[in-house]
Ligand binder design. Sequence first.
Ligand code: RUB
Length: 322
Amino acid sequence: MVDSTPDVEVSPAVHRTAEDIGSMEIRGAATIAAAAAEALGEQAATSEADSPEAFRAELRAAARVLYDTRPTAVSLPNALRYVLRDVEGEAVERLRTSVRASVSEFCRRLDTAQNDLGRVGANRLRDGDTIMTHCHSTDVLACVETAVDQGKSLSAFVKETRPRNQGHITAEALDEMGVDVTLIVDSAARRYLNDVDHVLVGADSIAADGSVINKIGTSGLAVNARDRGTPIVCAAQTIKLHPDTLTGHTVDIEMRDEREVVDADTADEIGDPEVLNPAFDVTPPRYVDAIVTERGQFPPESIVSLMRELFGESTTEPWAER
Ligand SMILES: O=C(COP(=O)(O)O)[C@H](O)[C@H](O)COP(=O)(O)O
């Protein structure tokens, strides 16, 4: 990882978190957001800056290192922006305390939002329902867990989610909750959609037009679900709302290493084809029935009002000088 501001000291803890996000040791939009905020807290705690200006410059450099890890989950810049926005003080010690307070408030809000969202999502689920999941989303799991806590008995078709099989994490988590789990390969989804009451997916970003940006394969699943008449719900805390899309920006789709798809020996055996490995895709709003947030559930087309209310018309980069 190259530090774009080499003259400024960035804590090794920040570099470690950045590497863990880049390598997907830390993954999933909400988890990435919490880890990035905590890394800023580490930066502040260990800073040896001798002036408020130097301290702030370090924080901005740390934010930049974290930001440069993965491009698609907007929860990452939103988290950085949240923490840096409220930092105040004329002296280094005051600034340090302020960062600590901002990080813990951010993490507290993240937890509260997920619990509140879980209650909204759980209301959609009835006793005896079957869901289908894609990838691993803690926001989706919060809905299921709340429903199970309410005494509802649920079954799940869990898509394995190639190439990294995050569906395995979902299968384990659902099994621990007491959900009856059936693991399927991604291409079997359509085959089982008739037996499913709700498709539940998470989001890495939600665009102003209500498009859902989530793990690759979500859009195909949504089109199939619509064709079969199965409702598709996206569980996404408002930290997944992408404010830049209000001003016409599009969301960057991360392209990952081809070795996640095929190892070098196998690639060699099959004639070394070009391999493309997009990590996410965009599901247009017309294929999504509802976006469930901690503020209630919304038709995707109306999410823009919530986005304006929470973010205003525009944002600055998380490391912008202030
Ligand atoms: O697409 C993914 C994870 O992708 P990756 O494994 O590439 O990070 C998840 O559905 C969202 O991040 C939402 O997760 P959560 O609800 O936990 O924020």
